[in-house]
Design a protein around this ligand. Structure first.
Ligand SMILES: Cc1ncc(C[n+]2csc(CCOP(=O)(O)OP(=O)(O)O)c2C)c(N)n1
Length: 803
């Protein structure tokens, strides 16, 4: 089937001379950028380099088949593709190599990522969407091998939704009838990763317009192919996925990386098939080379045989391209040499321009500092030392910002005993630079737009004595019903979410009501569930991806951490994926159904909002807030809360819960207890018991852990009670340690404390099974009562004698 289709496309797209010569120009432009890039690293002007040499021709073919509105999710070899599309200039290429922090200089990452990490900007400066269908799109790259695959699935899946859900037809800035193809690139060795196989399988099941091109150069750094892939060939290994006349599956194409016509034909075929028929395609590009080896970290002569090196030389795709051009009569050898010579000059000019701009900024700062230090030295008793520091700084070869700023800080430290007048100007300079450097290196961990969660409208839940008491899950069900009706971009998916409406039935009946493109089941594949959500969110949709139990978040934590949580930061606000991850956790039953690994989450998901609602009303309010915002979030519902009774708010779907604002659940005067999630009820029960003996607890539900208490409500409580206990169900030193650090470091409470701040957490092991297992593994009411009492005993042993 593939053969016939390929022939047809070839006949339609006969190769033109001007196209060939333009492609040649791009190929040699990219190649010389690679060659010069490596030299820049060895000259000490950049720290590390990884380049796209040897992969040029296939990328030109991919660029030819790529259309506006399409998305790429690829890896660090794709410079030729980006250049040929006009999405990466040579100057920008070098700016990234030098880590130039200006967005204009390096629009992909503003100097935040190693070279070879590509991205287009999907957002305007105010964070609003650009018209994605009017531009070429590259989702922002990450370094972990194969981690581009899950979001690739999502990018392709979005086309499926846009094509099949009529309510989405109006969103023409995101899609035109789902005609967009998601193009992936991956190295041959990286196809060994689980993420690759999981994504490929899911794409076959979902039949999404995804083309995966494998750049096969026979190695993964030093390790040859036979260590990576069964039968030594990914297209062989995946043959079982090949579609047939009667069965859906993948189209699998093989082509050589030096065969210009073959590549053009294969990519055109793949693009057409995916675009028109939503058939996923695996395009195995074999016999690629790596002329300069893997990266600047090593040399391939150490592990490639002489024969292999010779073969790579002889089958270099640009060499073969030249032979093809000459033998086809498109140009003479001399003409090609002329083109290449001119390209080389131009690449060098643009490289030098990038360096001049990058180093020029630092030079200005350096000169300012030298003059400030010298003038300060004249007035200082430490003159000799200051002049020495200035001279040392002046002598630095290829100075960077660190050299300048660290010298200033050393000088200010030396001047610590001298009057403010002497160091005023230097200090002012340093303060201004701190602000600028924060913007350069530390901004955009979270959204900085008007739709950041912090700007969302607060609408209280309306509940009165007539509000009916219902099961917690019914509150969520009413919320999802409202949202599905009012927000066409919203859809929910996950294991058992569709037909039965999730294992706790919060979506019960909603697939029947809104259809399979709004509420859907997936295979058991947590990582690609998240990838599916990230990709769809990158394309303007509002997905809610469900992880059935919090314990299984581990399968997806790498992707959440590396991709979703870093997205805004690593593009400096150039892309967003406002995915909501819904899950349920805390206490229920046993090792894998009652986890509360909050420390793990907090350490790995900075960049995401983390909500820990104590009940389903709060959860519904948090979802409403998140849907107003453009930030990605994890919401952990209480596993044991779906059947507990809550009052149904009249304004379900509309009321919101503000993020970063704890709620005081009970006022008290002796001890502040800070907690969240399922522990709220335990602590409230303990507070009621302790009240009977005259001990007054103030109970605070933090509600969200990221952001954490942005208004210092906990600190205000401690000023009143002078004692604090942090309680949760994580391991000791997990979530409680985080909360304590936040309060001690940021809220200035130390001087108000009359007793050591304390924590209460679960045992360090996973929870044992059943009710007794829970009692002896997780903090119980008695544990909280005794711990709180103990703190009071230390303060006043007379009133509270030892237990
Ligand atoms: C998860 C992960 N493991 C290891 C690495 C280190 N690493 C970077 S590239 C690479 C080899 C990749 O080889 P291949 O997929 O064939 O791509 P190529 O570089 O040859 O184009 C390795 C092991 C990484 N980036 N991510």
């Amino acid at each position: 089937m593939a053969g016939k289709l390929q022939d047809k496309v070839q006949r339609e797209a006969s190769i033109q001379q001007n196209q060939v010569l333009e492609d040649f120009r791009w190929a040699v432009t990219s190649r010389h950028a690679s060659l010069m890039g490596r030299k820049e690293v060895f000259m000490g002007k950049a720290k590390f380099g990884i380049f796209g040499d040897g992969k040029e021709l296939a990328q030109l073919a991919m660029a030819r088949a790529f259309q506006k509105g399409d998305f790429r999710a690829g890896y660090y070899r794709d410079q030729t593709f980006m250049m040929a599309l006009g999405e990466l200039t040579v100057q920008q290429y070098f700016a990234q190599l030098y880590a130039h922090t200006n967005v204009e200089a390096d629009p992909a990452s503003a100097g935040r990522l190693m070279n070879g990490h590509f991205a287009t900007r999907s957002l305007n400066e105010d964070g609003s969407w650009k018209s994605l269908t009017s531009q070429y799109n590259a989702s922002a790259d990450i370094s972990p091998t194969a981690a581009q695959m899950p979001k690739l699935l999502g990018l392709a899946f979005a086309s499926k939704l846009f094509r099949n859900n009529k309510a989405l037809k109006e969103f023409t800035d995101f899609s035109v009838n789902g005609n967009e193809v998601a193009w992936g690139t991956i190295g041959n060795a990286s196809t060994s990763e689980g993420m690759f196989f999981e994504s490929i399988n899911a794409a076959g099941v979902l039949q999404v317009p995804m083309v995966v091109a494998v750049w096969d150069d026979g190695f993964g750094i030093s390790v040859p192919q036979e260590f990576h892939t069964t039968k030594g060939s990914i297209s062989e290994a995946l043959l079982g996925l090949q579609r047939t006349d009667t069965e859906k599956g993948f189209e699998i194409l093989r082509v050589k990386g030096w065969d210009y016509e073959g590549l053009m034909q294969a990519f055109a075929t793949a693009g057409q098939l995916a675009r028109e028929s939503h058939v996923p395609v695996l395009l195995h590009v074999e016999e690629m080379t790596q002329p300069q080896g893997h990266s600047t970290s090593g040399s391939h002569e150490r592990y490639k045989s002489k024969e292999r090196l010779q073969w790579e030389h002889d089958w270099d795709c640009i060499l073969k391209f030249k032979e093809y051009i000459i033998s086809s009569g498109f140009a003479t050898a001399d003409h090609l040499d002329e083109i290449e010579a001119a390209v080389k000059v131009e690449v060098k000019r643009l490289k030098d321009a990038a360096w001049a701009e990058f180093s020029g900024e630092v030079k200005v700062e350096l000169e300012e500092v030298l003059s400030l230090i010298r003038s300060t030295a004249e007035k200082s008793t430490r003159k000799v030392l200051l002049i020495q520091l200035a001279d040392d700084l002046k002598k630095t070869i290829n100075p960077i910002r660190k050299d300048v700023v660290s010298t200033v800080r050393k000088v200010l430290f030396l001047l610590r005993a001298e009057g403010d007048g002497i160091k005023k100007e230097l200090k002012e300079w340093y303060c201004q630079q701190q602000e600028k450097n924060f913007d350069r290196y530390n901004s955009h961990l979270y959204s900085q737009t008007a739709t950041a969660v912090s700007n969302c409208q607060v609408i209280p839940a309306q509940v009165n004595e007539n509000s009916p008491l219902v099961d917690g899950r019914e509150i969520l069900q009413a919320f999802f019903d409202y949202t599905l009706e009012h927000n066409p971009q919203f859809f929910a998916f996950g294991e058992d979410v569709g037909k039965i409406g999730d294992v706790n039935q919060a979506f019960a009946g909603l697939q029947a009501k809104y259809g399979e493109w709004r509420v859907m089941d997936t295979g058991i594949r947590e990582c690609t569930i998240i990838g599916q959500g990230i990709g769809a969110a990158l394309r303007g949709l509002r997905p809610m991806a469900e992880i059935q139990y919090l314990d299984y978040l581990l399968y997806a934590i790498q992707l959440l951490s590396d991709d979703l949580a870093t997205l805004t930061y690593r593009t400096k606000g150039g892309q967003k994926a406002p995915l909501i991850v819904r899950t349920r956790g805390h206490r229920l039953e046993g090792v894998w159904h009652s986890g509360s690994p909050i420390g793990m989450i907090l350490s790995s998901l900075r960049g995401m909002i983390v909500c820990v609602p104590r009940n389903m009303t709060q959860a519904a309010g948090m979802y409403a807030t998140l849907l107003q915002s453009d930030e990605p979030a994890l919401v952990i519902e209480c596993l044991n809360g779906y059947r507990l009774k809550e009052q149904m708010p009249q304004n379900i779907g509309q009321f919101t819960v503000p993020m970063g604002i704890p709620e005081v659940l009970r006022e008290g005067s002796d001890l502040t207890v800070v907690t969240y999630g399922s522990m709220c009820r335990i602590v409230m029960d303990a507070a009621a018991e302790l009240a009977e003996i005259g001990l007054s607890l103030e109970v605070i539900d933090v509600q969200t852990l990221l952001p954490f208490d942005t208004q210092g409500i906990i600190g205000q409580s401690i000023q009143k009670t002078n004692r604090v206990l942090f309680a949760d169900e994580d391991v000791p030193g997990g979530g409680t340690a985080f909360m304590m650090q936040q309060v001690l470091d940021n809220q200035g409470v130390y001087s108000h404390l009359d007793a050591a701040p304390q924590t209460i957490a679960a045992q360090a092991h996973r929870p044992a099974y059943s009710t007794d297992g829970d009692y002896f593994s997780k903090p119980s009411v008695e544990d909280v009562v005794e711990k709180a009492y103990q703190i009071m005993h230390e303060s006043n042993p007379k009133k509270f004698p030892a237990l």
